[in-house]
Ligand binder design. Structure first.
Ligand SMILES: [Mn+2]
Length: 385
């Protein structure tokens, strides 16, 4: 197999035993497949094509799945693909992803032609998920000094990197020219860079690390490096995580939780004035993502978080459900079981996370699970068929 190879991908259909939701298994058993990170664009606008990563050709590479034809088109090859950070451009014409923590690459969806948009400078490592602005003319990313960097192939190393206070910089890259602009730089582990949709002047990022040790996770800053501000002042016992911008740019939403409680809160701040709101109480979901205007939210029920230091007081029972939270109707319902193990596999901490998000028509939820023994990608209908 190689670039442009078209593989037949017969889908499997079944019903959720609890809810009757129609579930489609898109990728086969006995393979390593994952969807991209939950807020990165993975569907074409018409909802007919889906970006995912799969090891059909030895390495885990990007493929474009045709949901009508049940085929997978190979977009990348070789080792080193960052298989969570890649995204389809707003224009639906390319995949953009990072290879070997070093090169930001554009892949033409039609021809698979590769072009290098940006190269990480010597002495630095391109880290995590890099996110475009709405027009897809710029990307924000995080770079870590290579002397401070380590491969994060376990949750122990995740904690270790936090305590090392690595030198990090938040950068913006012009995709036309490849020019890099350093927005912010500090001896603190930085992560989750985000452009606010429809407002290039607002960039968000986080202080990364064990959630119960990080004092203030979420920050915003102007694109020119001015007006650094806390998004939200956390209580002493409060942990916040998995923040994302509602795709219309109106709000930032995030998960808040505290020790010795199963209950979690779906919270938001207004992206203009940072006014805070508890949107809903909810079951112990790890990741959340909303529809375009933030009226519907999908979350993945989880167990004891792995990214805290004090696991005993955060210990909770595993919840195997995908939930849809309707904020207008004030209603939460389990739509299907994801049944994933959450296990780290071959040094990959994220591959068995569901990372759910809506399809463009809001009728189904895309998620990952190793319910059949290996990580695969699924669609579950929200309403019973
Ligand atoms: Mn995750």
């Amino acid at each position: 197999m190689s670039l442009g190879h078209l593989l037949s991908l017969p889908f499997k259909h079944f019903k959720d035993t609890q809810t009757g939701s129609n579930i489609i298994q898109l990728t086969p058993d006995n393979a390593l497949c994952n969807r991209n990170y939950f807020y990165q664009k993975c569907f074409t606008h018409d909802g007919n094509k889906l970006l995912l990563a799969a090891d059909f050709d030895q390495h885990r590479n990007y493929h474009l799945v045709d949901l009508k034809e049940e085929t997978a088109l190979q977009l990348t090859e070789g080792s080193g693909d960052n298989v969570f950070g890649g995204f389809i451009t707003t224009q639906d014409d390319a995949l953009i992803f990072v290879k070997h923590n070093k090169q930001l690459i554009r892949v033409d969806l039609k021809t698979q032609e590769h072009s290098v948009l940006y190269e990480v400078a010597k002495g630095w490592v391109g880290y995590g998920t890099w996110v475009p602005n709405t027009d897809c003319t710029k990307v924000v990313g995080i770079e870590i000094k290579d002397s401070d960097y380590m491969e994060l192939d376990s949750w122990e190393k995740f904690a270790q990197l936090y305590h090392q206070n690595p030198h990090c910089r938040l950068i913006s890259i012009d995709l036309q020219t490849g020019e890099r602009n350093v927005v912010f730089e500090d001896n603190i582990w930085l992560g989750h860079p985000l452009y606010r949709p429809n407002d290039d002047n607002t960039i968000a990022f986080c202080h990364e690390g064990p959630h119960d040790l990080v004092e203030t996770r979420m920050w915003m800053i102007n694109e020119n490096g001015k007006n650094l501000r806390k998004v939200y002042e956390q209580d002493k016992n409060e942990s916040c995580t998995h923040e994302f911008f509602v795709p219309d740019g109106s709000k930032m939403m995030f998960v808040s939780y505290r020790p010795n409680s199963h209950q979690r809160e779906l919270c938001s701040v207004d992206a203009d004035d940072l006014s805070f709101k508890v949107e809903s109480n909810m079951p112990a979901c790890s990741h959340l993502m909303s529809n375009y205007d933030g009226t519907l939210v999908v979350g993945d029920g989880s167990g004891t978080p792995v990214d805290v230091t004090d696991t005993s007081s955060h210990s909770i029972e595993n919840d195997p459900n995908l939930y849809v939270i309707d904020l207008q109707k004030d209603n939460i319902s389990a739509i299907a079981e994801h049944k994933t193990s959450w296990a780290v596999l071959e040094g990959d901490r994220q591959v068995n996370h569901p990372h759910p998000s809506f399809t463009p028509d809001n009728q189904s939820v895309l998620f990952g699970s190793d319910r059949n023994g290996s990580p695969a990608v699924y669609l579950a209908s929200i309403h019973q068929g």
